[in-house]
Structure formats: C-alpha cells, structure tokens
Write a protein that binds this ligand. Structure first.
Ligand SMILES: [Zn+2]
Length: 506
C-alpha cells in the first residue's frame, strides 16, 4: 500500500546530474561577510566550482538557470527531527511531552518497513521543498525499519544523518515514577514497560553503520541514545566507545521538560550534563536537542566541550516545555544549531519557521537590540552550525570548493517588492517558504518547484490512507495511552525541577 518509488522516478534518481550547472545572476548569500552579492555560481559534479561576480566570464555549462530574481542560500541543515512523526502529525496534540509521548508511541508501535519508508519520504519531501538539503533523523525502530528510512533518503537524494534512537530502560524508570504508582489498567502488555537489551541495540546501530554509512556520499549513521535518563550508564558508556571507534557523531535529547529536569541524575553526578561527562560523551561529536532546563554550569560544560545544542523553538513552545535560553548559550559561546523536531510537536519540516522563531522569541529578554538575533545570525545557525553538528565538513556555505548544497528562493512576490533586504524579508515576512530550486551535492532535487526524484503526489495520497490505517490498527495501544494520559499530565505538572523556569531571563 505504500508507494513503491515509480520506475521513471527511480531512473531519474540514478541519473547523474549534468556535469556543469550555471546559476546565473542571482543574489548569493555570503554568510561570512553577511551580505548578498550579485554573482554567478558554477557547479561542477558535486561541488561549487566558482562563485564569480556578475560580468566576469565563466566556462560554458550544460544547464543554465536564470536566477536573476532569486536568492541563493546555502541549503538548510535540520539538526534534529524524527521522520516517523509525518504519519502521526496530530497524535497527542495539545498535551505536554510526557503524556504526548505515550500517544506517539501508541501510534508508532509496530510500524512496518514500508510505513517507515513512507514517513521518511514525507519528511524529506517537506524538507527539500522548503530549502533543506541535510537533516538528522533521530529515529526509533529496528534494523529493517531504519534501513527503510535510509533507503527513502537515498532515493530522494537528500543528505541524511540517521541516529538510531535507542534506550534500554523501561518507561517508569525514565520518568522517575515506579511501576507500582501507575494506574494498573494503563500498562498491561505495554512493551514500553519492559527494558531493552543494550547489546542488541548497539549491534543494530553497528550493522546499520556497516551497511549504510557513506552511501553515495550523502548518508551517515550516528549513535542516538534517546536521552541520558532513558539509558543505563553502561549503554551510554558503550555509545561513547562505539562513536569513537566508528568516528561518528552522537545525538541525544537533553533536559527538554520540567519533569525531565526533576529526575535526579545517577549518584555522584552533579547534573545530567555531569553524567554525560562521566560516561565519556561530552565532546565535539555530541549534539543535544532542546537543553531547555540547563543551568549555568551545564552551559559552561557544554561550551568547554564543544557540544552543539540543537534549538527547537516551536517544539519547545508547542509541548509547553519552556523557553530555552538561547541568549545565555550564545553569550557563553555554546555552539548552537537549529532543528524542527518531529512535525507532531514542531509543526513542519520548514526550517525558515524555526529560524523566524529563533530570531524573535528571545528578544523580550534582551534589552540591548544589538545583541538580538538577526536574519543573518539565524541563517548561520541553520546552515554552517548545522553542518558542523552533522559532521559535514565541506557544506554549509556557498564558497568555491564546497559541496553544492544550496536552495534558491524566488523573490518576485509581495514579500520582497518593497523591502531592500531580501534575506530579512524571507526570514521575517515570507508566507510561502517553498524553494524554486534545491541542489544536493550538485544534483537538482527540486527543479522549478518540482521534486525530481520521487512521485510527490503518490506519496501524499498514500500517506492519508496509511494514517487512517495506523489509527485503526493501533487503537489498542491508543487506549492504553488514554489510560496513562491523566496520570502523566499530573507527573508533568507536579514536577519540581531544581530551578524555576525563567523564560525571559537575561
Ligand atoms: Zn525530538
């Protein structure tokens, strides 16, 4: 029932891109100088061969795109998302994370490989259409289903780091509420109440790495412990060792909600960040999503260790998790990237929405406008900083020699007609975030607004059908989630974190 990729699309996806593509006369974002430059960009194979001011001669190209009325940006990097969520868009909506999560699990339980592939295709479609060229998918599931998501990314042609999301503790231990205190009817036969086998989880990641890492120069496999409080100390230590051995990144959630901040770290650790240090995970390899409930010492530790925090402003608001202290992170020089989170808590895969929120959400707490985020600074978070988090050494800027990962936005709309700063218009004012052309590694994945590698309409039509099927098929689990909802909502509300939330603290 899930669409097989159509043969013509499959053929198209195999075809090499033309050896040379010239993007002629566009407004090119020089993110280092923070200015737009009218220039020609020549792409040869997978790289940017030349960026030259308009008028300077460039070699002939097999394909020339007239981008005079367009903005050329480095492709966005979505440094934290969960692709499964595209088939669960409104599951658990209107709830805080703790009860929301059990609804999400209920809906995703037993996903087949084909369903997982479909959700990844949907996520990647939405991503490339809005100018994203690379994403990090923190994805739960077994080797077979995760392989299906990787297949989706490979076929669609987006750059993807998949961090298989693993956790070996049973749900009651992860929220610090013993099984005996849960409503009895709420967890009979719930797989979430059983611990998982750490050996098997790590063997799965290892196998995925062996099979997929480096595929077509676009796929990587990271370690993906779900969150420190959801993993045993042994599993976290072994994640650190395996990441070192494989020389790959590690991605995890960290201190997202009040309830998580109220779960005490293991004995001997000052905080959950201290625990990450003691298991050997604090290093530039690590990126952590959310970090809403970090204290000053945590931030200093992350900055010193070169850990990237991935800011997911919409998800933090939509789940009522809190307002992360972006200003504090920035003034302490913690590396920061941006993500959307899964679309069932972050709205969509549109990175421009994340950029807009990141730019304005923190202004009320900062009286000095010179220190506010700008269109340029959030573009930097969404491109170069994201590329760093995904270990993409030669992506994230539009410069000669870099990977040709770029997005092209048409500026012939009312948004841009009366504004002299097209980048600011795009970030603060645009109501239509679709990119006209998107290139990943020199290949046009979106060509004049159309995704070239897969059949978008067939995928969207199938998604609607599969979503209804999942609701029916997993209703028995949804019933369990409904029985846990009130209890977990109370756990969330009554959690007493070690500090008060200070949404507008300077
Ligand atoms: Zn997440």
């Amino acid at each position: 029932m899930v669409p097989e990729i159509t043969e013509p699309a499959r053929e198209a996806s195999k075809q090499p891109c033309p050896p040379r593509v010239l993007l002629k006369g566009g407004l090119v974002a020089d993110t280092q100088a923070r200015m737009l430059v009218r220039a020609d960009v020549l792409v040869e194979d997978e790289r940017i061969a030349q960026v030259v001011p308009e008028g300077v001669s460039v070699p002939e190209a097999e394909r020339v795109l007239d981008v005079r009325d367009c903005l050329l940006l480095p492709g966005f990097v979505n440094a934290h998302t969960h692709s499964y969520a595209t088939l669960s868009r409104h599951v658990g909506s209107g709830l805080p994370l703790e009860p929301w999560m059990v609804h999400t699990w209920a809906n995703t339980m037993g996903r087949t490989a084909q369903e997982t592939k479909l959700s990844a295709l949907l996520a990647a479609l939405e991503a490339v259409k809005t100018g994203t060229t690379a994403l990090l998918d923190h994805l739960g599931g077994d080797v077979m289903t995760t392989s299906a998501a990787l297949e989706a990314y490979d076929e669609l042609g987006i750059r993807a780091s998949v961090a298989p999301m693993i956790s070996d503790l049973a749900l009651p231990d992860t929220v610090g509420v013993p099984t005996g205190q849960w409503p009895a009817a709420s967890h009979a036969n719930s797989p979430a109440f059983l611990p998982a086998n750490a050996n098997e989880l790590l063997a799965g990641t290892d196998e995925l790495h062996r099979t997929w890492h480096g595929r077509n120069g676009r796929i990587s496999v990271f370690l993906g412990p779900s969150a420190p409080q959801r993993c045993s100390t042994g599993l976290l230590e072994r994640c650190a060792e395996l990441a070192e051995k494989l020389d790959v990144g590690v991605h995890t959630h960290l201190l997202e909600t009040r309830a998580q901040a109220a779960v005490p770290p293991p004995p001997g650790a000052r905080s959950w960040v201290g625990h990450l240090r003691s298991v050997g995970l604090l290093s530039p390899r690590l990126s952590v999503a959310h970090g809403v409930w970090l204290d000053g010492e945590d931030m200093a530790d992350l900055a010193e260790s070169g850990v990237t925090i991935v800011h997911n402003p919409q998800s933090n608001l939509q789940l009522g998790s809190g307002i992360a202290e972006l200003g504090q992170w920035r003034s302490r020089n913690v590396p920061v990237a941006l993500g959307t989170d899964g679309v069932n808590c972050g709205g969509s895969m549109d990175m421009l929405s994340s950029m807009r929120l990141a730019a304005i959400l923190h202004r009320p707490g900062q009286p000095d406008p010179a220190r506010w985020e700008s269109a340029w600074s959030v573009l930097e978070l969404a491109t170069r900083a994201g590329a760093h988090a995904l270990a993409l050494a030669d992506a994230g800027t539009l410069r000669t020699g870099m990977k040709a990962d770029l997005s092209v936005f048409d500026i012939r709309t009312s948004t841009f007609a009366t504004h002299e700063d097209p980048l600011a218009s795009l970030v603060f004012s645009s109501y239509d975030h679709r990119a006209r052309w998107v290139m990943v590694g020199g290949r046009l994945v979106v060509d004049d607004g159309v995704v070239t590698t897969v059949d978008e309409h067939a995928i969207v039509a199938e998604a609607a059908e599969v979503h209804q099927h999942l609701l029916r098929r997993n209703d028995k689990y949804a019933e369990m989630a409904r029985a846990q909802q009130a209890f977990l909502t109370r756990v969330s509300a009554e959690a007493t974190p070690p500090r008060e939330i200070m949404p507008f603290r300077r």
